[in-house]
Design a protein. Structure first.
Length: 186
């Protein structure tokens, strides 16, 4: 058998026992009114809330666009640096190759000139130094011997050197004159 416990309900009045039954329609009405109030607030604040969401989305889109632009610029700068490095490397190789070709060309030209008997720059420089030394020695000897021993210059003698006529021309002229005289006599 089941025994009823006496306890909490014992001290309440019969009016308290009746209140939950009466409050049920009251609480349903309150819930309904609360829903209507929430809906009215949502309608009033909905446009404001929507505008806030649009503003927030615009900020996010702007920051995303700025971030994307930064990423693209960094990628472009990285590619540009890589291209510049490669161009510098190729330019260095081309310069080195050009220098090598220039050296080969100079060597071959010098060898060809040497085979033809042309003196080198160093040989011409050495000869120039020797000529300068000899000129200084001659001037020193000329000063030591005095003015009486010097040979008179052509300008001082007042004479021009005799001009030689080539003998071949003279012979041709004589043969031409004799040919004319023979041709006219026949």
């Amino acid at each position: 058998m089941a025994v009823k416990k006496k306890g909490k309900l014992r001290g309440k009045s019969p009016a308290a026992k009746a209140q939950p039954d009466e409050s049920l329609p009251y609480s349903a009405n309150q819930i309904w009114n609360a829903g209507l109030g929430a809906m009215a607030r949502a309608q009033e604040g909905g446009t404001k809330f929507f505008e806030d969401l649009v503003r927030e989305g615009t900020k996010l889109q702007g920051s995303a666009l700025t971030t994307a632009q930064k990423v693209v610029m960094q990628a472009f700068q990285g590619a540009q640096k890589t291209v510049n490095r490669r161009v510098d490397g190729v330019k260095g190789q081309a310069t080195e190759t050009w220098d090598n070709l220039e050296k080969i060309f100079q060597t071959r030209v010098q060898r060809a000139l040497h085979q033809l008997g042309m003196p080198t720059v160093e040989e011409i420089g050495a000869l120039t130094r020797k000529v300068n030394e000899l000129t200084a020695s001659v001037d020193k000897l000329a000063k030591a011997q005095g003015p009486a021993r010097r040979a008179p210059s052509r300008a001082a003698a007042g004479k021009k050197p005799a001009r030689r006529k080539p003998a071949a021309k003279k012979a041709r002229r004589k043969s031409a004159k004799s040919a004319r005289s023979r041709g006219g006599a026949s």
